[in-house]
Design a protein around this ligand. Structure first.
Ligand SMILES: Cc1ncc(COP(=O)(O)O)c(C=O)c1O
Length: 428
């Protein structure tokens, strides 16, 4: 979540520049981390989507386990059998050898996404750091200005290998069109987020895909938050998220032509694993060229087991869970509208950010939420620009109606105290 500002400030003159520069840049965050109950917290216990920190029980709105698979008894029950079969963690890198569970996962994932092929690796961060530099070759990357920090980091690795990086404005396919039109380099990679981890909105994927294809660029999309939540549209869908949770490309009825989709299981599927959906030719190349396939330790067996069980549950109950998720989110968004408070969320997806009227109030607003038993993600500077300092709420299907009522009561109290940005605020 770090902003580019974090990395561009000049180091202070100091005998310990390696630490003082960062302590200075991160002072707001460091101060909060030191003693705020909602940062760097130790969670003592969980019960459903309630968590206990010390003596305080709180409703958890900070997890990304959108479908509640982390708490699902059927998914939990799938683990012991695989542990008995494989041990906890056979530590071969994937090139050395992969338990057959990987084959099963890739086969089922490919069918779910409706793409040519898939390759799974432990995390999205591993994928960005290794695949972005490979795909960019020695060409030019066009980077969404508000892409996730891990995409930025992948682009930094590429830059260190001689790739040029140009930024296009967030949610602005016309600006991308302009930049691509002016570019002479023939090797072009466009990197962007799918469902945005802060705003909760999906980009206009068909517009970006059209621009990328017209200019002969490969579009690389990270849909960490969309996978499992949004999916293909159908007349019999239970809610506007669509069916099957098969991610942003299918949600928009797009094709995978010139599109590489990245996603992860660590959010909706509550498992440590990530994927790249790509042509088989690229998958085969990655098997010999992507360092995490060659050298990294694999995902734990428990995660492979919960991904496979997650596919079963998704098939049978996923749409019903997404309907619950949609309903919870709608309640929160309707309440925000009625209270006249601002959130950038236009999509109805379960990531709802609430910026504060005054960024210096983040500490006390966080404490009030904690006292009211509401656990959220605090977005302090420099994780976000000062105008966007506030908190982010994530809903999951495992939250209860009572927990949503508690959240809305806390939002109401904050609105009455004048802490929230009013609706209609425009963030620069
Ligand atoms: C958009 C996005 N990409 C990547 C990541 C990192 O994923 P992973 O933990 O699989 O590296 C996150 C995590 O929050 C994310 O929100």
């Amino acid at each position: 979540m770090a902003t580019p500002e974090m990395e561009s400030r000049a180091p202070a003159a100091s005998s310990r520049p390696w630490i003082d520069h960062w302590l200075d840049t991160l002072q707001d965050l460091t101060a909060m981390k030191a003693d705020h109950p909602m940062m760097d917290a130790v969670i003592d216990e969980v019960e459903g989507r309630m968590i206990r920190i010390g003596d305080q029980w709180l409703a958890d709105f900070a997890s990304c386990n959108y479908l509640g698979f982390d708490l699902d008894p059927e998914i939990q029950a799938a683990v012991p059998e695989q542990l008995a079969a494989w041990g906890t963690h056979p530590s071969w890198s994937r090139l050395l050898g992969s338990p057959v569970l990987y084959e099963q996962i890739e086969e089922r994932l490919t069918a779910l996404l409706g793409c040519e092929d898939t390759l799974v690796l432990p995390t999205i961060t591993h994928i960005h750091m290794s695949v972005i530099p490979l795909l960019a070759a020695s060409g030019t990357i066009f980077l969404d200005a508000r892409a996730h920090k891990t995409i930025y980091d992948g682009c930094q690795v590429a830059r260190a290998r001689g790739v040029a990086v140009r930024r296009f404005r967030f949610e602005d396919p016309e600006h991308l069109d302009e930049l691509l039109g002016a570019e002479r380099d023939r090797t072009r990679l466009v990197c962007m987020d799918g469902v945005n981890s802060m705003t909760g909105n999906a980009p206009d994927l068909p517009a970006f895909a059209e621009v990328a294809r017209r200019h002969g660029a490969l579009l690389y999309v990270d849909d960490a938050h969309g996978f499992g939540v949004i999916g293909e549209r159908a007349p019999d869908e239970l809610c506007p998220y669509g069916r099957r949770g098969n991610s942003i490309v299918r949600h928009f009825g797009e094709t995978y032509d010139n599109v590489v989709l990245i996603g992860g299981f660590s959010k909706s599927y509550s498992s440590l694993l990530a994927f790249i959906a790509c042509p088989t030719e690229l998958k085969d190349l990655l098997k010999v060229a992507a360092p995490p396939y060659l050298y990294s330790g694999p995902s734990p067996v428990a995660s492979l087991a919960t991904v496979l069980a997650g596919f079963d549950v998704n098939e049978r109950r996923g749409d019903a869970l997404r309907e619950v998720l949609y309903r919870h989110t709608k309640r929160v968004l309707d309440a925000a509208r009625a209270l006249g408070i601002h959130t950038p969320n236009r999509s109805g997806l379960p990531i709802v950010e609430f910026p504060l009227r005054d960024h210096t109030r983040i500490d006390s607003v966080g404490r009030l939420l904690f006292e009211r038993g509401v656990y959220v993600t605090l977005a302090a500077y420099p994780l976000v620009p000062r105008a966007e300092v506030g908190f982010r709420v994530q809903l999951t299907a495992a939250n209860t109606d009572e927990q949503i009522t508690r959240l809305i009561a806390a939002l109401t109290e904050l609105a009455e105290r004048g802490e929230m940005q009013p609706a209609g605020s425009v963030i620069a």
